[in-house]
Design a protein around this ligand. Structure first.
Ligand code: XUL
Ligand code: CO
Length: 434
């Protein structure tokens, strides 16, 4: 049994504690009709917390976890011990993983799946003991060199088939572990140069692949959501799942908009030139919101820095859109966040999550108060109040015509006067809550 975190006690909600504690996150507190734990649905991401070794393009790993290198099943099991110890300390209700995070790479598909299932056996026991649940599982179709030109969009049909086998195995393990969702992030589904790329063919391959994933989900009776995670670039120069709008168009094209939802990541939204709340609000509007990957990007760097969230006003606006749309359902808040490479100590891993959970709790509570007070919805309703009249609504009715409306406008003699959008006033209101 690993004792990597042995010095650290399970965290308690204690705003005045000397050491590690939750200062704001009280899992039991009722917010907007639910326990805070059930509103936020936190998940620890296996990959960043337990697999990443602190390397960057200029230097190797700085972290020396006792279960590194992760190339034997023994190490994989030691890692699972540390993982569940960490979940217990953090009181994390959920976790998330890729196949590649939890088992070493074998020398065949069969060996990979055998190892994955052996670790899933370990997880099954630990999940039953601790009550930790699986927010989502996913297949890593981007690290190994065979995926350098994509998984589903690869020019080599054998890689397409390899990807199908990996996704089937991961989807079935996710189902076995009672996962709430299954995620597909298009790791290398994109292109480096158009000079060697057949765009239409690759999109068709991706559409067929996703349709078959959905068919398989129904075939095995998996009731979780299938989620696509948009990202605009990195690793490939252009990723096909660029942002929420792009993915929605893709789902419509393949008739999957009622089958597949979205896992929206803060850092990816920023890379796409959007705010996190924009991406969430758009997904809610289009009926495809699923879950979130919570992190923060450096606004200057231009790549995906995956930092732990620490900005309450930003987080509050994201949760505002989530609560406004009715909350998470099967989704949750997955910390797709990693330490900086100088943060070596076990304590850093716990403190990073604890601080992030506090920030999210503050943000969600602020969002819930804004909703309860009608602080923004009241002004928003007023802004559109003109549309409540019968004449106004009639302009949008199926039997309205451009000519009728135009004739009426010309006959009325009305010269519409602009009204203030009151942006600064609304921003001042938000600042009272955060
Ligand atoms: C990559 C990313 C992934 C996905 C899962 O930027 O966010 O970790 O969340 O494959
Ligand atoms: Co992510």
């Amino acid at each position: 049994m690993s004792s990597y975190f042995s010095e650290i006690e399970p965290l308690k909600y204690d705003p005045d504690a000397e050491g590690l504690s939750f200062r704001h996150y009280d899992p039991e507190r009722q917010v907007a009709g639910k326990r805070l734990e059930d509103q936020l649905r936190f998940a620890v991401a296996y990959w960043h917390s337990l697999v990443w070794d602190g390397s960057d393009p200029f230097g190797g790993g700085t972290f020396q976890r006792p279960w590194f290198p992760h190339d034997t099943m023994e190490q994989a099991k030691a890692k699972a011990d540390a993982a569940f110890e960490m979940f217990r300390i953090l009181r994390a209700p959920f976790f998330a993983f890729h196949d590649h995070d939890v088992r070493p790479e074998g020398d065949s598909l069969q060996e990979n799946h055998r190892r994955l299932n052996e670790i899933a056996d370990v997880f099954e026991v630990k999940m039953a003991e601790t009550g930790t649940r699986l927010l989502w599982g996913t297949a890593n179709l981007f690290t190994h060199r065979r995926f350098m030109s994509g998984g589903a969009t690869n020019p080599d049909p054998d890689v397409f088939a390899w990807s199908a086998s990996s996704v089937r195995a991961c989807l079935e393990v996710t189902h076995r572990l009672g996962g709430e969702n299954y995620v597909l992030w298009g790791g290398r589904e994109g292109y480096e140069t158009l000079l060697n790329t057949d765009l239409n063919r690759e999109l068709e391959q991706m559409g067929r692949f996703l349709s078959m994933v959905v068919e398989h989900k129904h075939k095995i009776g998996f009731e979780g959501q299938i989620l696509i995670e948009p990202k605009p670039q990195e690793p490939t120069k252009h990723q096909y799942d660029y942002d929420v709008a792009t993915v929605y168009g893709f789902l419509k094209r393949f008739g999957l908009e009622n089958e597949v939802r979205l896992n929206i990541e803060q850092g990816h939204a920023i890379l796409a030139g959007h705010s996190f709340e924009h991406e969430i609000a758009l997904a809610q509007t289009l009926g495809v919101f699923g879950s979130i990957d919570m992190n923060r990007n450096d606004y200057q760097s231009g790549w995906d820095t995956d930092q732990f969230p620490n900005n309450v006003p930003e987080v509050a606006l994201a949760y505002y859109e989530i609560l406004r749309g009715g909350g998470f359902g099967r989704g949750g808040t997955n910390f797709d966040s990693k330490l900086r490479r100088q943060s070596l100590a076990p304590e850093d891993l716990i403190a990073a999550h604890a601080g992030a959970m506090d920030v999210c709790a503050q943000g969600l509570e602020a969002a819930a108060r804004m909703i309860a007070d009608d602080a923004l919805e009241g002004p928003r309703r007023d802004r559109y109040a003109g549309w409540e009249t019968e004449t106004a609504r009639g302009m949008l009715a199926p039997d309205a015509s451009l000519a009728d409306i135009a004739d009426r406008a010309e006959a009325s003699g009305i010269d519409p006067q602009p009204r203030s959008g009151r942006q600064e006033i609304l921003e001042n209101i938000v600042n009272r809550y955060v």
